[in-house]
Design a protein around this ligand. Structure first.
Ligand code: NAP
Length: 325
């Protein structure tokens, strides 16, 4: 098999394509022939060696992929070789053309979703779902600001919120990104780089503010978010890259709350429940992952640079060597 290995922490170039022995499924496990790999910002943070999660070296990055079941271990029910699946977490790392998973980490990929779309499901959609429904307890009829709607988690948040009957306001930093946010179902689209763009949000909501904020860059936006919340509003911090000063009185006067999470903290039962909803959404077509860029697996360093740059447009997906050859 071909796999990306990180043998030392550092710049994107520490990721090298290597040959490795094929993987074997033990009891309760499946091996997946990977056709596409989802690239998430957290994999770039981990690769630097300065993030809270620091894997033992060497390691293969990645948690998200889609492909077909290659083999199943003893005791696995519900999967057979050839089945189309997407995976949320692996034992061996997803940046490879084979991935070893616990059977519970694999989920059926409906025929209407491509492998690239399947690779774009796990972290973005599970995060947006957890934020909207398990943390913000969003209700139909409420209004949500998806603050950073043009990337992987943002597009997922827009689609999930729209399908659930919320009024959706999404932001993007480029014309192309904002067009994507509109096409994916946002009722209103704002430019998070334009001065005074949140005044526009207050006009849209007739001065009331929003019930929920899904925040992708809290170190820049959290103080502003608190000022555009309706009474009882909830901010969920999803992304953060630094510190920020806030005025807690803005929370108090609105009976508001701020929460945050990392998806890795979700327990097995919660994960199963989230993926049951996501598979249903893929099947009925309300969830349509957007793949903005496909990059060959061997060029993983290019993907890590791209995922940290501004100008997001859906997901970046790696295509294994075997597929692009
Ligand atoms: P992504 O695909 O790279 O998208 C980044 C998003 O942030 C884009 O929509 C980008 O918009 C937007 N953004 C840039 N500057 C902004 C600003 N000033 N205000 C608001 N938004 C801004 O990344 P992703 O996969 O969607 O992840 C988003 C963030 O959540 C990342 O920081 C990631 O690490 C984090 N995350 C956390 C969890 C968790 O468990 N808590 C899970 C997944 C992701 P433009 O490029 O159009 O400007």
């Amino acid at each position: 098999m071909k796999t990306i290995r990180v043998r030392e922490f550092g710049d994107p170039e520490v990721m090298k394509l290597e040959d490795a022995p094929d993987l074997q499924a033990a009891a309760g496990q499946v091996v997946v022939r990977v056709k596409a790999v989802g690239v998430n910002p957290v994999e770039a943070y981990i690769r630097t060696g300065t993030y809270a999660i620091k894997p033992a070296l060497p390691y293969t990055p990645g948690s998200d992929a889609a492909g077909t079941v290659e083999s199943v271990g003893p005791g696995v029910e519900g999967f057979s070789p050839g089945d189309r699946v997407y995976v949320g977490g692996t034992l061996s790392g997803a940046y490879a053309d084979l991935a070893l998973c616990e059977a519970w980490q694999a989920h059926p990929l409906p025929p209407n979703a491509s492998f690239a779309q399947g690779a774009a499901v796990n972290v973005p959609y599970a995060t947006a779902f957890r934020a909207l429904f398990h943390f913000a307890h969003a209700q139909p009829g409420e209004t949500v600001l998806v603050h950073g709607a043009s990337g992987g988690v943002g597009v997922a948040g827009v689609q999930l919120a729209r399908a659930a009957g919320l009024t959706v306001i999404g932001t993007g930093g480029t014309d192309r990104g904002r067009q994507l946010v509109a096409v994916q179902g946002a009722h209103h689209v704002l430019d998070h780089r334009a001065p005074g763009y949140l005044d526009e949000l207050l006009k849209i909501t007739q001065g009331r503010g929003v019930d929920v904020v899904l925040e992708m860059l809290a170190n820049v936006n959290l103080a502003k978010d608190l000022t555009i919340l309706a009474k009882g509003g909830r901010v969920v911090v999803i992304g953060n890259r630094g510190s920020i000063e806030i005025n807690p009185r803005e929370i108090m006067r609105r009976d508001a709350s701020v929460s945050g999470f990392v998806l890795f903290n979700a327990g097995r039962q919660e994960v199963a429940s989230i993926h049951a909803a996501l598979v249903a959404g893929l099947e009925n077509g309300t969830l349509r992952p957007v793949v903005g860029k496909e990059i060959p697996l061997k060029d993983a360093p290019q993907a890590h640079r791209a995922v940290m740059e501004p100008g997001a447009f859906g997901k970046i997906v790696l295509v294994p060597f075997a597929m692009s050859a």
